[in-house]
Design a protein. Sequence first.
Length: 323
Amino acid sequence: MKTLICIGECMIELSETGDKVSTLGGGSLMARTFGGDSLNTAVYAARTLGGNGRVHYATGLGDDPFSDEMLAAWQSEGLATDLVLRFPGRLPGLYAIKTDQAGERSFLYWRSNAPAREVFDHPSGGEWAGAMMQADLLYFSGISLAILDDAGREALLSIASSIREAGGHAAFDTNHRPALWPDKASAATWMAKAFECCTIGLPSLEDARALGFGTAPAAVAEKCKSWGVEEIVVKDGAGPCLVSLPGQPDVFVEGNVVAKPVDTTAAGDSFNGAYLAHRLMGEDPVSSARHGRAMAAWVVGHRGAIVPPMPLADSQMNGGRHG
């Protein structure tokens, strides 16, 4: 059975329910759940794979009730949690989502002391890193890199390179959060290094423009190829994504039209999860991108990062296994 390992950080998530409170100063009621870009990708990949593969989530958590709740929830989604390191006396990070009338989201974070930042310094960090090198496919993002110090980033990229050299695959999504980096140049430098270690690139056009990687999908794809990336999907929000492969014409993949998005949180993450799952099952990149677009369209119709599973009938209609 092939394995996908997603590495990153999961945090407690607070999202507005749309209901107002009448206390002094007003405000909105908030729903508490959990999320994080790499965790979101892992969940949607596991839902897509079913019994056709195994998804592990690699991160650091505390030993508090919220961390216990996260572990139980991940296991209920079918994720393997053997690569979750526990840090006594620590708490996971927290973030709040605010959405505007168009469904676009903004984030507020409380994560400076989150244990996921120190996974490579854990007493079991060496053994943990060695276990990740056994993956058929490793997935990480710009956020996975940003939360680590330089030594941790080098360690993560070394794992990705080792997997690639052993004949496996590593996938990287820019997922750029400027507030997590000292400056744009630092973010661009580290992300370029990440692409050099990976076989699959999943950048967004918005991130690429912000980082100076290109202003059009084809230019971004060519930039990724210059770093040695073999398979590139350039995402452009609700617009068609570009699938670019060596020696083949570029293909734009249209997506399902969502008349009124509720919340765009995890749109790209869910695309990644479905895309990588179908690639792990042996489907071609263009077909896998169609599955990714269908999953993202489902997700933006709901609030929060991890939404109810896509109904089986809708998944089959869109060519999916199950969602």
